[in-house]
Design a binder for this molecule. Sequence first.
Ligand code: NAD
Ligand code: USQ
Length: 385
Amino acid sequence: MRIIVLGGDGFCGWASALRLSRKGHDVYIFDNLSRRKIDKELNASSLTPIKSIYQRIKVWNKINKKKIKFYKIDISKEILKLESLIKKIRPDTIVHFAEQRSAPYSMINLKTRNYTLSNNILTNNNILYLIAKLKRNIHLIHLGTMGVYGYDFSKFLLPEGYYKAKLFIKKNIINTKILHPANPGSIYHLTKAQDELLFQFYQKMYGLKITDLHQGVVWGTNTKETLLHPDLINRYDYDGDYGTVLNRFIMQAALNYPLTLHGSGNQVRPFININNTADCILLAAQNKKKFNEVKIFNQLTETFRLKNLAKKIQKLTNCKIMHHKNPRIENENNTLVAKPMGLIELGLKPIKLSDNLIKNELAVSKRYSFRADLNKIRAKSQWRI
Ligand code: NAD
Ligand code: USQ
């Protein structure tokens, strides 16, 4: 297949692009390198020494039969360039990672709120519009988030996107199927909820084939492919704005920095390893089924209560755990029951967080600990205005 990977220079996109290429697909990466620019703006950088996109691709193309091509393009703005590239490449599938993905960054101030809103919604609308306009049978696979469900009322197994519902209107009952009510906890998560409506709209109006992957927090660094050469190393965010909780805890434990637990630590969150992210993208791309609605898969492999996650790492490393005043406005006592039903049906083999995998990640952090800036660890972005 010919597959365009939007946002293929990022953490999940790079790992997935290499997996698709190694499996024999023709891969075209589109990215505006905004994530690297935000690193400069925040004066932060990946713990691992990631190479430029040009060097990464040069090395990959030397060691792999299938070559990857890179185009620098802003999907939210350069619509004419996007259209001509899609016409030229004639992709079977477009995988869409190209959004501002940090909840804390989206809450720093009005400028980052507005940037996140416009960037994320416009990238989606542009790509959906062009697929509809060009009338090509292109499968759009979008990276969404488990966070659209919210974390307030999942006592029962979460459905994959939709509920069968009875709507009570006075004495009448309407039997129907509805999207799970959106319950975002940050401006970033809100853009993913808005994305869901865009997908419903374009599917209903123009019959587009769309898969929306509701992914949990991704952890880990390298994949089978990024390990093939040091210049292919994947990004490792650890700073207070972009680092996600499990990778941050592992990095902190490796550097003897007390783990930064927000509030009570009773929050439960969904998790998935970066290797499984790449697996899910491949499975979704190879899914030949026709669907008459937007297909939603919950892309997680397990859930953890954060304080238990911290204790698991403490048991291995003897690190300290520190409860910080929670910088976010969030329910600190939620329940969450979720499983990747659809992806398992497609063939996903879940990777679970084991002591050995934690030790591997600790080793990555220790190896690059000399690059860490400890002043960047504390979360600074505040949800309160
Ligand atoms: P990332 O920031 O590392 O990668 C995103 C990439 O998209 C970057 O390379 C960035 O430069 C590019 N990009 C952003 N806006 C663009 C635009 N307008 N035009 C072209 N390129 C643009 O993020 P990630 O962690 O790889 O996440 C990828 C996707 O997966 C995001 O949509 C995110 O919401 C979703 N996701 C990530 C996680 C996670 O834990 N990392 C979890 C669930 C869902
Ligand atoms: N947290 C801590 N300590 C930290 C960092 C975070 O206790 O040092 C807590 C947060 O308060 C929150 C939880 O850990 O309760 C998760 O935070 P996170 O930063 O790991 O993840 P989140 O902000 O939810 O966002 C990440 C990705 C986002 C993706 C989302 C999946 O950045 O792109 O959509 O995970 S989900 O969580 O399912 O919404």
